[in-house]
Design a protein around this ligand. Structure first.
Ligand code: ZN
Length: 201
């Protein structure tokens, strides 16, 4: 076991930082040291920002997004098209689509995907709330923006079944060649999906 080089308070800081995604124990030590060296410039404002976020963060009751207001900024934005809902598994996916300026719509965050192996069933996700929303709001299209994985696609099919009798267009993201991608480097699954979903030029 390695001997501690600092007091328990600093070791605790390193341990907590090491739990962040993308940071291992080594990067956590570097981050902790950086914070300590920049106490006034970085650590104090970060402490304040963490506390404020902790106090103010709420989950949007309408869509499941994370924000400091409920309903969230996305749900209350009058410039968005309220007739289109993009269904995503996680808030990270919502943020990714927003970063890409992919669509100017509203969202529904499921909170994960169905995964029988991990014991995640429909009751663990916000699928019921989505179905109610589609029936209650003037929605014309539901876009299933879920991962191109077995769990993602299982979830998409499950939702499609439940919305069969709702009067909405059900669409999903295209699977295929990534922008800037070279055909020779693509896996067979992606190539054959791209060929099946070819579009008119
Ligand atoms: Zn919302």
């Amino acid at each position: 076991m390695p001997t501690a080089v600092a007091g328990p308070e600093i070791e605790r800081l390193i341990q907590l930082l090491a739990r962040l995604p993308g940071l291992g124990p080594r990067s956590a030590r570097r981050a902790a040291l950086h914070l300590i060296k920049k106490r006034e410039l970085l650590m104090a404002p970060l402490t304040g920002a963490l506390q404020t976020a902790m106090d103010k963060i709420v989950i949007c009751k309408a869509c499941g997004n994370i924000d400091t207001q409920n309903p969230c900024t996305v749900c209350t934005d009058p410039r968005r098209d309220p007739s289109i809902i993009v269904v995503v598994a996680d808030v990270a996916d919502l943020w990714a689509l927003e970063r890409a300026h992919a669509i100017n719509s509203r969202y529904h965050v499921l909170g994960g995907t169905l995964s029988p192996l991990d014991g995640v069933g429909p009751q663990d996700l916000t699928i019921d709330a989505l179905i109610s929303r589609v029936h209650a709001e003037p929605i014309t299209e539901v876009i299933l923006a879920l991962n191109a994985t077995v769990d993602g696609q299982t979830t998409a099919h499950y939702i499609t079944e439940l919305l069969q009798d709702a009067n909405v267009k059900l669409t999903r993201l295209a699977h295929g060649v990534p922008v800037g991608g070279e055909l020779d480097y693509l896996d067979e699954g992606t190539l054959s999906a791209a060929m099946k979903q070819r579009t008119l030029f």
